[in-house]
Each structure stands twice: as structure tokens, then as C-alpha cells.
Design a protein around this ligand. Sequence first.
Ligand SMILES: Nc1ncnc2c1ncn2[C@@H]1O[C@H](COP(=O)(O)OP(=O)(O)OP(=O)(O)O)[C@@H](O)[C@H]1O
Length: 597
Amino acid sequence: DGPFRFFPFSSSTPQGDQSSDVKSEAKPEGEESRGSGFDPESLERGAKALREINSSPFAKQVFQVMRKQEDNRLAELTAEKCHFEAAQAQADIEKQRKLHEEQRDLMQQQAQAKAQMLRYDDELTRKRMQTDHEVQRKHNVDLVRMQEESSLRKEQARRATEEQIQAQQRETEKERAEIERETIRVKAMAEAEGRAHEAKLTEEHNRRMLIERINGEREKWLAAINTTFSHIEGGFRVLLTDRNKLLMTVGGATALAAGVYTTREGARVMWGYVNRILGQPSLIRESSIARFPGSEVISRAKNKVLEYGTSAGAAGSVGSKKSHGNIVLHPSLQKRIEQLARATANTKTHQAPFRNMLFYGPPGTGKTLVAREIARKSGLDYALMTGGDVAPLGAQAVTKIHQIFDWAKKSNKGLLLFIDEADAFLCERNSTYMSEAQRSALNALLFRTGDQSRDVVLVLATNRPGDLDSAVTDRIDEVIEFPLPGEEERFKLLKLYLNKYLSDEGDSTSKWGLRLKKKAQKITITDVSDDVIREAAQKTEGFSGREIAKLVASVQAAVYGRPDCVLDAQLFKEIVDYKVAEHHQRLKLAAEGGLTA
Ligand SMILES: Nc1ncnc2c1ncn2[C@@H]1O[C@H](COP(=O)(O)OP(=O)(O)OP(=O)(O)O)[C@@H](O)[C@H]1O
């Protein structure tokens, strides 16, 4: 089956058969000659055969056949050799293959042995680590246990010591308390005994004195009663006997009773009349109309203090010549207000009906200030009420509203009635939150302002104009928006309030402010330039006028908090930054619903 196959040479040629015949013929002779060692017969037979061949006419062909046979044999031998070599090569290859296989097996075995060795190593390491870990864990557990035991022992020792100390303290305190109690008891007993003795003595003395006094009093009263009765008896006797005197006595008593009654009732009527003429309705919080001579001064001072309290110092007072400079508005708004004030003044002079106004905008933007300013410039009296005050009056609200309009008539100049927080009182009548009393009060106001009035200018201020009843807005002639101050206005406001609160050129009409300044050390302002103020104006975007006033009031407070009373740019900037952060925080809270804006 190998690549070199051996094919045994066989010849079917006649010559081949002939030679095999020659061999077969020579064979018995060979066997015979083997016994003597040399067989000459075969040589003879060969020679004979050669001779026969030579003598044969086919000698030449025989020799050719023989040569061919010889060639064949040679080829056979070569083939055999090749076959042998091929077999050898096959054997070599086989040997190589076996060698290679053996080597491969060996290598595999080696690899397996190595892997096993590694596995074993790994296992050993793991086991060793586990053992180490176990040992470490045990060690840690022991350590923790020892620590716990130690801390327990310490704790026990500490507790024992503490208990011992406490027991000692308790013992000491008990002893001390015992001693004190004993001392107090002894003292108390001594005192009680003394007091009891003293009280007994005093009581006896008092009783004696009382008995003596009662006896004296009784005798005195008995004597007085006897005397009085004897006088009355005498008087009655005279009266009954003298008719004229009787008539005079009865008349005099009647006249006295009538006099007392008339005086009391007269005073009541007079008070009602005076009150009707001069009395300021309780709904009016502030007004320029005097209750009685001199009250204006007091009212003004009171208003100043109130304003200082609510807005850390307000702008000018009623009729103040400086009030105009105390309001900072956008130029176009300022112009409009001036026009309105002039128009209102002319209306009064021409006896034409007044024009009602609605001021709306965010809180602290100067609506109240401007209402006062318009009243001042137009020469009207003014009265201020707050919408929020109406609801708590309940059923009385209607009467109070009528009172205001009755009272307004006594102003000769005409009255500017300023209703702040108007939405709280004049909101939509269908609103579910509105009480019956509030609705009636609103109706009363609508009734009193139904016609164009020559006595009252109604100025309403609100942060939510949309909430107003449509009948109210129908009565409004001028609607003015008060926006938050812009950068330029903020700059002017900052300067205004810095001047007002921190420098001597501040508002001299502010009695409260003056009093502060007299008591306080003088403030020194260093390097707060216009640039610094302008930077603050930029930062205070979104601030109302009130917030700016409060910011400067905080600056003032911070300056008074310093021993040297110096305001420098750094302190000013610090307060501004703080207030700006506070403003944003407040806006955030309001947005989250934590605060109402
Ligand atoms: N335009 C302004 N010029 C000067 N000061 C102002 C101005 N706006 C507000 N202020 C300051 O804020 C304070 C409050 O102002 P005012 O009472 O006029 O505000 P308002 O709009 O009526 O607010 P509210 O709606 O809360 O009643 C004033 O006393 C003043 O100190």
C-alpha cells in the first residue's frame, strides 16, 4: 500500500520460458554435484547448450533474448533497489512521524504536568491565603473582643467611680440637707414661738384698742344722730308750720334736677354736633384736615414717625416745600403727574367736576407719595384710607363710608380721597371671597361717586388693577402706571436717600431724622463716588423705591454700627450686594409660594 510497490518480475516471453527450462534442466545436476562440492555436469550442459545455440540459426536472436533478459534482470534489480529505497524512505518517514508523535506526546505530557503544577501551586497559594485570612480574621476578632472587654472594663470602672462619687455626693447632700432642715426647724420653732407670743400680745392690744375705738365711735354717732334728728325734727316742724318755706324747698329741688338733666343732654348734643363738624372718620388714617387748631402739627409729626417706622424714613410731609424733590419718577411720568396736578387745581378754580384717578403698579413705587404730591400741588386737602381696613368693620362699613363723604364736604378746598390697597375693598362684586358687608360698603361708595363730584377726587392705588369691580373702573378718568424704577431713577433714589439719611443736608423737615442726628455721631462719607452709586444702581435691577430707601437705611444702620461712623465704598458695596442677594432670595421664595410678593 506504500508509495513504492514491489512487482515481481515475470516474463511470458518464449525466451523466458526457455531459460526457465534451461534452469529446470540444470537443477537435478546441481543437486547431484552438491554432494561432491562441484558439479561439472552443469558446465558441460552449459557448454553443450552454448554449442547448440551457436549451431542454431536462431543463435543471434537467442543472444539478443539473453541480453534482454539480462537487461530485464538489471531493471528488476534497479526496481527492487528503488522499491527498497522507497520502503526505507517510508520506514524513515514512519520513524520520523513516530518520533514526532512521541515528542508531541511528551510535550503534551509536559504541558499537562506544568498546568497541573500551576493549578496545584495556585490551590496552595489560595489555601495559604485563606489560612492567612482566617488567622487575620481570628486575630481581628480577638483584638475587637479584647478592645470591647477593655472598654467595658473601663466603662464599668468609670461607672463604679461615678456611682461612688454620686453616692458620696448624695450622702453629703443628705447630711447637709439634714443639718439645714434641723437648723431651719429649730429656727422656725424659735421664730414661731416668738411670733406666736408677739401675735398674742398684739392681738390683745388691738382688741383693747378696737373696743375702745368702737365705744368712742358709737358714742360720737349716737350724739350726731341725736343732734341731726333734733335739727330735722325742728326743720320739719318749721316747714309744716310755715307754708312759704315749704313751697320754696320743693321748687328748689325740682329746678336742681331739671338743671342737671338739661346740662347732660345739652353736652351730648353739642358733642355730637362738634364731632360731626370736626371729627375725622375712623377709616381715615391720615389727612390734611385739622380736627382742631394745632392738631395739624401733631398729626404731621405722627405721620412722620409712622412713615419712618414703615419705610425707614419717608419722603416729604404734607405741604412740605421740599416734598417735590423727594419723589423720583421717570421724567415722562413726572410730567404727567404735574399736568394732572395742574388740571386738578384748575378744575377746582373753575368749579368743574373732578377727575378720578387709578394708580397701579408694584408695591413701594411711590403711589401714595404721588397722591399726596398731587393734593399738595393742586391745593386740595387730602385724606388717606386703606382698603384693607373696610372688611373688619363688618356691618358698620357702610356707615363709615357715608361718614367719609359727609366729612369730605366740610373741606372748603375739596378733598383728594386716596384709597390705598383698593383691590382689598373694591374688588369684583361677584367674588366669592367678598362678604355681604364688604359688598354693601362697595355699593355705598359707588352710590356716593355715581355722579361727577365737585367735592371729592377719588384716587385709587392697587397692585392688582384687574381685580377691581368694573363699576369702579368705570368711574376712573385717568389710569397711571407706576413701574419699578429704571437704572437712572435708581441712581437718583440712591443719591436722594444717601443725602437724606447720611448727610447733614438731608431733609430738615424730618423731626425724627433730626432727633437721630442730634444724638448720633456725625457720619463721614469717604470715596462713595457717583461711579460707586451708579454701579449700585445697576446691581439693584428690580428694586422698588421702598426697597432702595430700605437699602440706604441699612447702610445708615451699618455705619452707626461702626465706632468711627465712616461710610466708605467697600461698606456701601457690601450692603448693596447683601441686599441684592436678599432681594433675589425673596423673589425666589415668592415664586415658590413661600412669601406673597
Ligand atoms: N418714586 C419714589 N421716589 C422716592 N421715594 C420713593 C419712591 N417710591 C417709593 N419710595 C419710597 O418708598 C416708600 C413707600 O412709597 P409709597 O408708600 O408711595 O409706595 P406705594 O406705591 O404706595 O406702595 P404700596 O402699594 O405698598 O402702598 C416711600 O415712603 C419712599 O420712602
